[in-house]
Design a protein around this ligand. Structure first.
Ligand code: MEV
Length: 439
């Protein structure tokens, strides 16, 4: 039987390791060896990683790959991607190269607005609250000056503060719905600090508003937090070319291919089961760059999927059309990203990834990430409507299966050659491996 532990965070790293190994794994020695194998030999670097979170016992590695040849607004990028899925970087690279000779990606920033809300309960007359809010707004701004002054110097800050009456949804529920411009920072700390200050000011000022009754003065703040739903922090990425340039496979004419792409996207537009997988493919590209550059991929995921459902049913994030013999493929996607602050300068690999991207502004990074998502989706749908994804996927997966089987380098070479002409399936690889091992 497992027993709860007291004060785990206070144990030393070695003690934590011992506790995990002896309580939760079958082979305590091997567990400790593996965990330690992933420690970095530089104590400074290890300390940095240890301190990112609480209760660190080791590092968890993911591959960092590069998808080169991304031509975005006539500038060439090599895009760093941190991801475990075997075919993603290959697919992104293939799509980037395909569009390189067809004008590349064109991207536009449609907005950079970030959002945060103070959720509160006010039991009283709504019109009095509205009058109070008029007087309150400049005080909210002036009370937050210590937090906003640096951001304002650079051209950002609080954009708008609005009182929203939500009493039709929940009795006595109102919001301060606030928008922000956070420039190159993702802005979570800035926004949350502003909101917590707004909450304090709101409660304090209500106490001295002479028209409020005692009950009305007693505003209860439920919570103050940024929103990861950022429909106006939006970027558009697009590729297009004459239909006859879509000579992707010998077995299919460019026009048939274009039509198949448009139809596949139209299915993802109307069918949520397909849309989720379609968008998952987009997120393969998006998350990999977001993670590589030290941004918060959970925030991005949450915001993107909410955006995909903004009209009431979940739909495709990408669009495709054929008009006047031009094939067009595009995405509008909300991406609240930062290129300063947070992990971006702290994690050596995030810093390097941003250097590889030539130190982009947050707006530029939004465009790169959107292009990566569009490329990934183009590659996935291209495969789906032509050869199917398993061919490419299993070819990449072969290496993983061989590693799982602990094949030697020589065995790998023989088996990779063998599977150039044979279909890769998990059992076929095991059979071939067993046969080879017997020789
Ligand atoms: C796999 O990670 C992603 C795909 O399923 C995306 C798609 O179906 O469009 C290939």
């Amino acid at each position: 039987m497992k027993l709860p532990v007291e004060g785990f965070s206070k144990l030393s790293k070695e003690e934590k390791l011992n506790w995990i190994a002896s309580n939760y794994t079958h082979n305590a020695d091997a567990t400790k060896t593996i965990l330690k194998q992933y420690w970095n030999s530089s104590t400074d670097l290890q300390k940095l990683h240890d301190e990112f979170i609480e209760n660190t016992i080791t590092n968890y590695y993911l591959p960092l790959g590069i998808a080169p040849n991304f031509l975005i607004n006539d500038k060439l990028y090599a895009v760093p991607m941190a991801i475990e899925e075997s075919s993603v970087v290959a697919a992104a690279s293939k799509a980037a190269k395909f569009w390189l000779s067809r004008g590349g990606f064109k991207t536009t920033i449609l907005g950079t607005e970030k959002v945060g809300q103070v959720h509160f309960i006010y039991k009283g007359d709504t019109s009095k609250l509205k009058d109070f809010f008029k007087l309150l707004t400049p005080i909210l701004r002036s009370d937050a000056i210590a937090i906003t002054k640096n951001m304002e110097k650079r051209g950002g800050g609080i954009s708008n503060i609005e009182l929203r009456d939500k009493t039709a949804d929940i009795e006595n529920y109102y919001q301060l719905h606030c928008t922000f411009e956070t420039l190159d920072a993702m802005g979570a700390n800035f926004i949350n600090s502003c909101l917590e200050q707004f909450a304090t000011t709101l409660k304090r000022e209500a106490q001295s508003f002479s028209l409020f009754t005692n009950q009305e003065k007693d505003i209860e703040v439920v919570m103050s937090i940024l929103s990861n739903y950022v429909p106006n922090c939006l970027v558009r990425a697009e590729v297009s070319c004459p239909v006859e340039d879509l000579n992707v496979e010998k077995s299919i004419s460019p026009l048939d291919f274009a039509k198949k792409m448009v139809r596949a996207v139209s299915i993802a537009k109307v069918e949520p089961y397909r849309a989720v997988t379609h968008n998952k493919g987009i997120m393969n590209g998006i998350d990999a760059v977001v993670l590589a550059t030290g941004n918060d991929f959970r925030a991005i995921e949450a915001g993107v999927h909410a955006y995909a459902a903004k009209n009431g049913s979940y739909t495709s994030l990408t669009n495709a059309s054929i008009e006047d013999n031009i094939f067009k493929f595009w995405i509008n996607i909300p991406l609240a990203l930062g290129t300063i602050g947070g992990l971006t300068s702290l994690h050596p690999l995030a810093k390097l990834a941003l250097e590889i991207l030539q130190k982009p502004s947050a707006k530029e990074l939004m465009q790169i990430v959107a292009a990566a998502g569009l490329a990934q989706n183009f590659a996935a749908v291209r495969s789906l409507v032509t050869t199917g994804i398993q061919k490419g996927h299993m070819k990449m997966h072969l290496q993983n299966i061989l590693n799982q089987l602990e094949a030697s380098e020589q065995q790998k070479e023989i088996l990779i050659k063998h599977f150039e002409k044979n279909t890769v399936t998990h059992s076929a690889v095991i059979d071939a491996f067993n046969k080879l091992s017997k020789h």
